[in-house]
Design a protein around this ligand. Structure first.
Ligand code: CA
Length: 228
């Protein structure tokens, strides 16, 4: 199986019976997934701790803890790709999910085919990035499997998106990355928040790295990791 072929175990968290059945049936019959379908966030968090899956499709509106909280709890220990299902086509919901570390969202109502296409795009984006387990530059060491980052041997705490952004710079040392390119590589093309999001995250990342010159602003072009 190539890195971006579909298949394997997918966790679907959806309390709506009709939508859940439609998604499960389509993904199993058309795309070769084995779908584990759970109706609550609590069950999903417990299940994922026991059995890792390749991707999670997560509804926001759930009984008990909602999809945002599930996403936050999963991200505390897992980088599994997460697609959120938003009940309304409302920007704040989508931005909130992505800020919590979801990889993409699909707004209801959606067709199963649309969801399947989005899943394929996410797998391409996420799994192709996972090649080097450890990235280093300057005094920075980033470990993907344990999701930790040290600077001069001292551990620093990054959010999920700050981690992905730093990994992206470390993968492209000395190369100028435009805001649009960073948005595509780190957030995915469908991110509704705009390129200002990139500026905000770069500023936070610089502050946490402690050396503002590590990530340089290239006027009118974007950002780059400074040459060593
Ligand atoms: Ca629901």
């Amino acid at each position: 199986m190539s890195a971006t072929a579909t298949g394997g175990v997918l966790l679907l968290v959806e309390d709506d019976e009709a939508i859940g059945r439609l998604v499960k049936t389509y993904l199993e019959q058309q795309d070769g997934w084995r779908v584990v379908w759970l109706r609550s966030g609590e069950e999903a968090v417990a299940e994922l701790r026991r059995h890792p899956v390749r991707l999670v499709v997560l509804d926001i509106g759930l009984p008990g803890i909602d999809g945002f909280e599930v996403c936050r709890r999963l991200r505390a220990y897992s980088k599994v790709p997460i697609v959120m299902l938003t009940a309304r086509d409302e920007e704040p919901d989508r931005v909130a999910g992505l800020e919590l570390g979801a990889d993409d969202y699909v707004a209801k109502p959606f067709s199963p085919r649309e969801l399947a296409a989005r899943i394929k795009a996410i797998l391409r984006r996420v799994e192709q990035r996972n090649e080097d387990a450890v990235l280093t530059a300057h005094e920075i060491v980033l470990r993907r499997d344990s999701m930790d980052v040290t600077v001069s041997g001292a551990q620093i705490e990054l959010t999920s998106k700050e981690f992905d952004l730093l990994a992206c710079f470390l993968e492209h040392p000395g190369i100028v990355l435009s805001r649009e390119k960073l948005l595509d590589l780190v957030w995915g093309m469908t991110y509704p928040g705009g390129t200002r999001t990139v500026d905000v995250h770069v500023a936070q990342l610089r502050r946490k790295l402690g050396d503002p010159d590590t990530i340089r602003t290239v006027r009118g072009a974007g950002y780059k990791l400074a040459a060593q």
